[in-house]
Design a protein around this ligand. Sequence first.
Ligand code: UDP
Ligand code: MG
Length: 337
Amino acid sequence: MTAERLTIVIAAFNEADSLPVLHPRIEAQLDALARDGIDAQVLYVDDGSRDATWQVMQHLAAADRRIALLRLSRNFGKELALTAGLDRVDEGAALILDADGQDPPELIPQFVAKWREGYDDIHGTRMEREGERWLKRVTAHAFYRVIGALSKTPIPADTGDFRLLSARALHALQQLRERHRFMKGLFGWVGYNRIAIPYHRDPRMAGSSKFNFWRLWNLALEGITSFSTAPLRLATYLGLLTALVAFLYGVAIIVKALLWGDPVAGWPTMMSVILFLGGVQLIALGVIGEYLGRLYDESKQRPLYLVDSWQPASPARPAHAADEGDRVHRLHGSAVD
Ligand code: UDP
Ligand code: MG
């Protein structure tokens, strides 16, 4: 019987402090999975870290043949780093985990149990958001409400990237090559048999979050524009509404002038009408611009990311014979997408 393959994909950006703490927990899970007849591996993706993350990874990989390493040419952001990692999983299922220990590896057996029951997309849903400030909680809640209402693709609320994808779900995801990637939405687009596993999201083990409000806002924009064209329609309705109000106001002015005459006045009204219309037009243009810009990016057909270094796992080789030199395949400047 050939063992089922499971690859744990972990994207890391400046996580030199977290990885050494996280890795032993992962390793314990790898051992447990192996006892369970699953051929489990880890794939660490270094998303252009500027600290010692890559050195830490190499150190870990030298001690364990089940570790594969991928290094991107620069920081491409979490969505692309995950894409790069998932692209390298050519066999079996993949499980995605954060490098900061917020997604507890101890839950992996639960995910695997559901996978064995035949589910394709098993995602962790956080039960509470403790340790997050109220502003983040309120905005996150609002975001899931908005995207839920606008998007035709189901995007479960409070669900991050902690998930297990079966081989066929992974294969489907690998076919989605868009540049503007909102992973939560792409997972939803794939569909198949989905199930949520509620879990308690731990605080970060070390370092600080890479997502400040500006990055989150951009991620939200990405999500909305990638999965809905409703804002474009909104521009149409906003235009119609203003035109209607303007027409009624015009009629009112004409009637007033006919009945009572019009000793030229109305500088304040004129000014506010001009500014209001200007504002509405700029908003509509901005909305169009958001979509046009994304279309422009897609049309350039650049590779999604560039790989600096790829070091596959080598479970077949004896542990101590690991010779760094021949395991590292350098792909300088080559486009891999
Ligand atoms: N991450 C990444 N590239 C980035 C930013 C983040 O690979 O440009 C990784 C990061 O190392 C971590 C995960 O994405 O493993 C989640 O990031 P973080 O913990 O900062 O986000 P939060 O949990 O605060 O949403
Ligand atoms: Mg985190």
